[in-house]
Ligand binder design. Structure first.
Ligand code: ZN
Length: 261
C-alpha cells in the first residue's frame, strides 16, 4: 500500500550506485527506514532528493514494516549548509542526535526543532554556537529532561551572580549552597566510581542562566531571539552540550568533526 509522510532525511547509506537506505524522521510515523531505488524506472532526481537534510513529502510503498520511496516532493534541501564543512558537521550532529533519541512515535516538537535548527545553521544569520546550544537544551526538554530553572534547588534563590547547573539532577544551585553541599558530602558518599552517581556542575552567569530559562520554554519560532556576550555564550554552550550528552549518555563522531572545523 502507498502512504504519504513528511520528514527530514537524517541518515543515508548507499547500498550500490542505484540503491540506498534512508532514515527519515517523519511527522506521521516518527523515524522510519526506506529503500531508495533510482534505477531506470525511477527519476534520477530521487537520488538528489534523498540526501542528508532533505525535507519534503515522501510517498512510500509499504509492506509490513518495510518501505520503498516512490515519489518525493522536495520542499527544502538546505543547500546553504553545504557552503562550509562546519555547517555540514553541525547539521549532521543535529540529525545524529535526533536519530539517536527519536522513536517510531510521532513527535511534532522534535521535528519542528530539527527543521528550525537546520534553517538557522544554513542561513548564516546566527552564531552557530548559539544555534547548537539552543537546540541541545530544547531537545533535552522535549525528550523529558527539562531542568528545573525556578531557582536554587536548596534555598530557592533565583537571582545572583553565579549559579551552577547540576546536570544529572536537572536543577540549579547558587554558589553558597554549592559550597554547603561540598562540605556536607563526605568523599566516600559521593559514589565517584558509579557514573550514574556523578555530580556534574557547570557554571552559569546570570545571562547564561536567563538564556537556559528562555530557550527551554519560549515559542519555538523565537528560540533564537536573543544574543549573549562572548563570555556568557561560552558558558551557555558548554552547559548545553554537557547537559544533553550526559542525559543521552553518548557523544557523536559528527560532533567531534564539528569541533575540529
Ligand atoms: Zn542556594
Amino acid at each position: 500500500m502507498l502512504i504519504k509522510v513528511h520528514g527530514v532525511v537524517v541518515r543515508t547509506q548507499d547500498l550500490s550506485s542505484d540503491n540506498r537506505y534512508v532514515k527519515i524522521f517523519t511527522r506521521e510515523k516518527g523515524i522510519l527506514t526506506a529503500t531508495v531505488m533510482s534505477g531506470r524506472s525511477l527519476r534520477a532526481s530521487h537520488t538528489a532528493a534523498t540526501q542528508l537534510f532533505c525535507y519534503g513529502e515522501f510517498v512510500l510503498y509499504s509492506k509490513g514494516d518495510r518501505y520503498w520511496v516512490r515519489e518525493i516532493a522536495l520542499e527544502e534541501a538546505f543547500l546553504k549548509l553545504r557552503s562550509s564543512y562546519e555547517k555540514v558537521a553541525l547539521a549532521t550532529y543535529f540529525c545524529d542526535v535526533v536519530h539517536e533519541v527519536a522513536t517510531t512515535e510521532p513527535d511534532e516538537q522534535m521535528l519542528r526543532l530539527l527543521l528550525n535548527a537546520l534553517f538557522a545553521a544554513a542561513n548564516g544569520d546566527y552564531d552557530l554556537r548559539l544555534v547548537k546550544a539552543t537546540f541541545e537544551f530544547r531537545l533535552a526538554a522535549v525528550i523529558g529532561f527539562m531542568p528545573d530553572v525556578r531557582g536554587c534547588a536548596d534555598c530557592g534563590e533565583s537571582e545572583g551572580d553565579t549559579f551552577y547547573l547540576d546536570v544529572m539532577d536537572g536543577h540549579f544551585l547558587c554558589s553558597k549552597c554549592r559550597v554547603m553541599r561540598t562540605q556536607l558530602v563526605a568523599p566516600e558518599e559521593e559514589g565517584a566510581d558509579d557514573p550514574r552517581m556523578r555530580t556534574i556542575l557547570t557554571l552559569l552567569s546570570p545571562a547564561a542562566l536567563s538564556a537556559v530559562r528562555y530557550c527551554i520554554s519560549c515559542p519555538l519560532q523565537r528560540i533564537l531571539s536573543f544574543r549573549l556576550e562572548e563570555d556568557d555564550l561560552v558558558l551557555f554552550a558548554r552547559a548545553a552540550e554537557t547537559y544533553l550528552l550526559n542525559h543521552i549518555e553518548r557523544s557523536f563522531p559528527s560532533l567531534e568533526i564539528y569541533k575540529k572545523c
